[in-house]
Design a binder for this molecule. Structure first.
Ligand SMILES: Cc1cc2nc3c(=O)[nH]c(=O)nc-3n(C[C@H](O)[C@H](O)[C@H](O)COP(=O)(O)OP(=O)(O)OC[C@H]3O[C@@H](n4cnc5c(N)ncnc54)[C@H](O)[C@@H]3O)c2cc1C
Length: 431
């Protein structure tokens, strides 16, 4: 059996690992246009801020790779020829496949305003982008960041850590308004301001102003010009699904995949940020941009490619991340509506977070230890936890397994309820 994996991200590598569990003899090739191979994309934020070095981005050793016995091909894939079951590459011979996995991830949506092509306009997508930013970030100079979600904040904090003065521009009236509630946005914004970030609300950039191809500022819709030396953006991501569309695979917002991660071509599978995966429990096909879900999808795709019929049982999408230095867990469905700063989905985000059925909100705690729960009739359907993370894992389990919390529901909904204590006691009783 010849397996071709297109995309050397976490989904592609998880697929190789599970194929090898089921088939020790098959030929596996993995193709990527990123010369840096497989590294932690979420780790780029910590690399940018200087908390980890480049080596720490690599989750696997050479020995791990040797044991998996595959060929790595650094090339860009140009075309999928479904009739001949071939993948055409730029500048390298085509690869024939019996099973193909498309795990091409997503790319940052480009900034579409005059001046976006200037050399000091940056995004944070790949390791190469992080290295470009590090070369351009100069202590004592000024940066502007625009956009929403986790990546815009990571850019802000990374540039701050590199000694730059940072202006953060928000198109709306608060940070990440379709996932966080007003209080949570305010907690993040206050922490940014305390770190010296200048926040601008209702600030839409119409042009990045340059001189001699270098950035000198940004013009806002109201005509104001803010001077800067570097301009960074994170306005959302788009699945890299052109090859799938060109060869006639069914696509909507991503490549449509069933619960076995198979596309509408029985020889082709899709996983990770590029895939819009059917969830039999909800009947919805959703896009996620989450490391752990991409890995699980890749694992299940690999098993199915190697002939082991396995269903992908989607767990409640969750992310444990850091927002303005505050560890934050986001689980299940927590928000609604549209955020003006992000077009569609962002990195570290899930469409499921915004599929809000009828729910009542319970919240408590202080600014640094905050918890918000979305309560259905007798289970928790979503949670945001900021600061103290003791409840992160229990809440992930309670949301995923739809644990019956009817015995504590009324207590959670009392005004000023000690939510964290009630939940902790309940969890201890469960285990
Ligand atoms: C800065 C940043 C912060 C993030 N923060 C978080 C977070 O806090 N929490 C979280 O859960 N997730 C986070 N994510 C998202 C997470 O990294 C992704 O969900 C995950 O990497 C998706 O894995 P993937 O394998 O689907 O795709 P990717 O990791 O995008 O890998 C796809 C690979 O395919 C290659 N490729 C694409 N097209 C072609 C082609 N035509 N030819 C050859 N190669 C091709 C690409 O170069 C790439 O190597 C973050 C990502 C970034 C970049």
């Amino acid at each position: 059996m010849r397996y071709v994996i297109l995309g050397a991200g976490v989904a592609g590598f998880a697929a190789i690992e599970s194929i090898r569990q089921a088939d020790t003899a098959g030929e596996i090739s993995i193709v990527s246009d990123d010369p840096n191979g497989f590294y932690s994309r979420p780790g780029l934020a910590y690399y940018l801020s200087g908390e980890i070095d480049g080596k720490a981005l690599y989750p696997r050793s050479r020995e791990d790779y040797r044991a998996l016995n595959f060929a790595f091909i650094n090339a860009r894939a140009r075309k999928i020829l479904r009739d001949g079951k071939k993948l055409e590459l730029e500048g390298k011979p085509a690869l024939e496949y019996d099973r193909l996995l498309i795990a091409t991830g997503a790319r940052a949506i480009p900034l579409n305003i005059p001046g976006a092509d200037l050399s000091d306009v940056v995004k944070l997508d790949h390791l190469a982008d992080a290295n470009t930013i590090l070369a351009l970030a100069k202590r004592g100079r000024t940066a502007i960041v625009t956009g929403g979600g986790i990546t815009a904040l990571e850019l802000t904090e990374g540039l701050l850590a590199r000694g730059m003065a940072v202006h953060y521009l928000l198109r709306g009236e608060r940070y990440w308004s379709n996932v966080l509630d007003a209080r949570e946005s305010q907690i993040v914004e206050a922490r940014l301001q305390a770190d010296g970030v200048v926040l601008h609300y209702h600030a839409e950039v119409t042009e990045v102003v340059g001189r001699h191809k270098r950035v000198i500022g940004a013009r806002l819709k109201d005509g104001t010009i803010i001077k800067c030396d570097l301009f960074a953006y994170a306005v959302g991501i788009a699945p890299r699904m052109e090859l799938a569309q060109d060869c006639g695979l069914a696509c909507e917002r991503g490549i449509l995949a069933d619960e076995r991660l198979q596309t509408n071509d029985e020889h082709i599978f899709a996983a990770g940020d590029v895939a819009q995966v059917y969830d039999p429990l909800t009947g919805h096909s959703t896009l996620d941009s989450l490391w752990n879900l991409a890995r699980e999808q890749g694992r299940v795709a690999g098993l199915n490619m190697a002939g082991r019929r396995t269903a992908y049982l989607k767990s409640a999408p969750f992310n444990v991340t850091r927002l303005a230095g505050l560890t934050t867990t986001i689980i299940g469905t927590v928000g609604r509506g549209r955020d003006e700063d992000v077009l569609g989905i962002a990195r570290g985000d899930s469409e499921t977070w915004r599929e809000l059925p009828e729910a009542i909100v319970a919240q408590g705690g202080f600014d640094v230890n905050h918890v918000r729960l979305l309560l259905g009739e007798n289970h928790i359907i979503g949670a945001v936890l900021m600061g103290d993370q003791k409840l992160s894992l229990p809440l992930q389990k309670m949301v995923t397994h739809k644990t019956d919390i009817s015995s504590i529901r009324d207590m959670l909904l009392q005004p000023n309820a000690p939510i964290a204590d009630v939940l902790a006691d309940f969890w201890v009783g469960q285990t």
